[in-house]
Design a protein around this ligand. Structure first.
Ligand code: IPM
Ligand code: MN
Length: 366
């Protein structure tokens, strides 16, 4: 337990500053006058790159590494690119993942009451699973290291290592153990999502999954090919509990899954390693709606709740875990109470939603 937890805050680009400010406000409201979190802001992202030539300044990296947790809005702007064509504004997120070894990207997918889903016949609680995305290797391992040969041939290498697979699969089983199972049948289940029928690296992922699974006989297991998975997440989302997958597949499925529970604005994430934790919504910087005050802050607010969960667990500090629970409870009430942003077919501004959540926190007992 600590007296003060240092939180490195990076607002980033587009709607990043708006949703990040909302989450900080909510966390402050959750604690009131005795706030154990100290927020310090640092620059990074595409805007900063345009201004200074640096997308991720070294002092920002040092501060993030030293902080107890990192909170991010969103990064990247289309067209702000490195000479190889990749986006400079993504350096912050991607370098943190690799350099702080944030191997587990935990993405809860949950349909809240009051939030419209494009799927027919689903109601709140029918969709409630976790996509556990491997976050330190896979196809993303090639970031910045692929090869372009004479303008004719481009290569990025997909990397899967035994220790890398083992640790993410173990994490999947631990998450399933702590969960209450799949909504449809209450079974605690880990689904290994891969493309083992085609590529050796995914067949390896699956075989390591099967080995690790032997250590968790209390948890049901199954395999699903990623292409079929895209269909299952639409047709029978209630079947899933924890889905574990390689980095790139996890990225793609995250957006599909988010769409089923209201869109990218409803998708929080926690990117954690043995030491560091990094929290941001799974969405991008949405420059088309930036500055209009209409961005959906729920994803970042729920990510901040995941940050408090993680800090509370890591430091054995129950007041942080309690604050996380209260934020989730109030968020749920606000959504059910009709505080919906434009992406959720409502008309509430970012400010109005944030205010409603903060108000709720002021009245919900700790
Ligand atoms: C995500 C995002 C990131 C990714 C970007 C911002 C680097 O899409 O977290 O899902 O591609 O992993
Ligand atoms: Mn993504």
């Amino acid at each position: 337990m600590k007296d003060i937890y240092e939180i490195a805050v990076v607002h980033g680009d587009g709607i990043g500053p708006e949703v990040c400010a909302a989450a900080v406000e909510v966390v402050k409201a959750a604690f009131g006058p005795v706030n154990p979190l100290r927020f310090s802001e640092y620059p990074a992202g595409a805007e900063h790159f345009l201004k200074t030539g640096q997308s991720f300044p070294e002092p920002t990296f040092q501060a993030c590494r030293a902080a107890d947790a990192i909170l991010h809005g969103a990064g990247g702007l289309p067209g702000v690119v490195h000479p190889d064509g990749t986006e400079a504004g993504l350096d912050f997120t991607l370098r943190l993942r690799f350099e702080l070894d944030l191997y587990a990207n935990i993405r809860p997918i949950r349909l809240f009451e009051g939030v419209p889903s494009p799927l027919s016949g689903v109601k709140a609680g029918d969709i409630d699973y976790i996509i556990l995305r491997e976050n330190s290797e896979g196809l993303y391992a090639a970031r910045g290291s692929g090869a372009l040969l004479r303008g004719e041939v481009a290569v990025d290498t997909l990397v899967q290592t035994r220790p890398g697979i083992e640790r993410i699969v173990r994490k999947a089983f631990e998450l399933a153990r702590k969960s209450s199972g799949a909504p449809l049948d209450g079974v605690r289940r880990v689904t290994c999502c891969d493309k083992a029928n085609v590529l050796r690296s995914y067949a390896f992922f699956r075989s390591v999954f099967d080995e690790v699974a032997k250590g968790y006989p209390d948890i049901a297991t199954e395999h699903a090919l990623v292409d079929a998975m895209a269909m299952h997440l639409v047709l029978k989302p209630g079947h899933f509990n924890v889905i574990v997958s390689e980095n790139m597949f996890g990225d793609i499925l995250s957006d599909l899954a988010a769409a089923t529970v209201g869109g990218m604005g409803m998708a929080p994430s926690a990117e954690i390693g043995e030491t560091n934790g990094f929290f941001q919504a799974a969405h991008g910087s949405a420059p088309d709606i930036a500055g209009k005050g209409i961005a959906n802050p729920y994803g970042t607010i729920l990510s901040a709740a995941l940050m408090l969960d993680w800090l509370g667990h890591k430091h054995g500090d129950e007041k942080l875990s309690r604050a996380a629970d209260r934020i989730r409870r109030v968020t749920k009430d606000c959504l059910a109470g009709g505080f919906l942003s434009a992406d959720l077919k409502g008309s509430a501004s970012t400010h109005k939603i944030t205010h409603a959540v903060c108000n709720g926190l002021a009245t919900v007992p700790g």
